[in-house]
Design a protein around this ligand. Structure first.
Ligand SMILES: [Zn+2]
Length: 231
């Protein structure tokens, strides 16, 4: 199975977010969790911080009194450390999404370890917290990367629902509908508060969809939790 997955990944490796649809197969092969271990629904935001997207999302989360998890990119935290600090200060969880937003494939264990540690250190310094969650760019793990993440004592994590909010031809309604499809206990929802690695201004559509997603999640009766709150 792993050899098949590796082959598929090699073929898909250079198509950016297009690699994301094969992530569930990879997650299964590597036994990377896609759901919470316990109760609740976790809303997660990747690729930030972003000077406009992050404040927009933070404001909506505050209005809804919802807690979320942000998987931060080290190079973006360096550009906007105060925004990273704001995320943590608002009570949200922060995780590692790499120092550079690049696929993990075809990179040496040493390069991977350096990237992860650099991201961790930048995030820890900016937020004053120790991130222990890790989600790879494009949701694609490699075997060596997973080994390193586990040796660092971090939790690798993917997602079970997404809004596909990175594509150019989508709408807030489509993002919300997709994110909420069969939403329930244990789901982890993938969204993006930044357009650094996706279509321009994608965060605007995400922010416009977010109130409906938060209301839909609340309507399930499940609490909105950060990833580490769910046990
Ligand atoms: Zn990403």
């Amino acid at each position: 199975m792993r050899a098949d997955v590796a082959g598929a990944l090699a073929a898909a490796a250079w198509f950016g977010p297009a690699a994301a649809p094969i992530a569930p197969a990879v997650a299964a092969a590597f036994r990377v969790p896609r759901r919470l271990p316990g109760a609740g629904i976790a809303i997660t935001f990747d690729d930030g911080p972003h000077e406009h997207g992050t404040p927009a999302v933070l404001e909506l989360l505050a209005e809804a009194r919802a807690r979320a998890t942000f998987f931060l990119v080290g190079e973006q935290v360096e550009r906007a450390p105060s925004l990273a600090a704001e995320i943590a200060a608002a009570g949200h969880e922060v995780g590692v999404h790499g120092y550079r937003h690049a696929l993990l494939l075809r990179r040496s264990p040493r390069a991977l370890r350096d990237d992860f540690k650099r991201a961790h250190d930048v995030i820890a310094e900016a937020t004053g917290t120790e991130p222990t969650l890790y989600r790879p760019p494009y949701g694609v793990f490699s075997g060596p990367a997973l080994l390193i993440v586990r040796r660092l004592g971090w939790r690798p994590l993917l997602w079970s629902r997404w809004g596909k909010d990175w594509v150019a031809k989508t709408t807030p309604a489509a993002i919300a509908a997709r994110a909420m499809r069969e939403l329930g206990r244990g789901d982890i929802v993938l969204l993006h508060d930044a357009d650094h690695y996706s279509s321009g201004d994608s965060w605007r559509r995400t922010a416009a969809a977010l109130p409906e997603v938060l209301a839909g999640a609340a309507a399930t009766g499940e609490p909105l939790v950060s990833v580490s709150q769910s046990r």
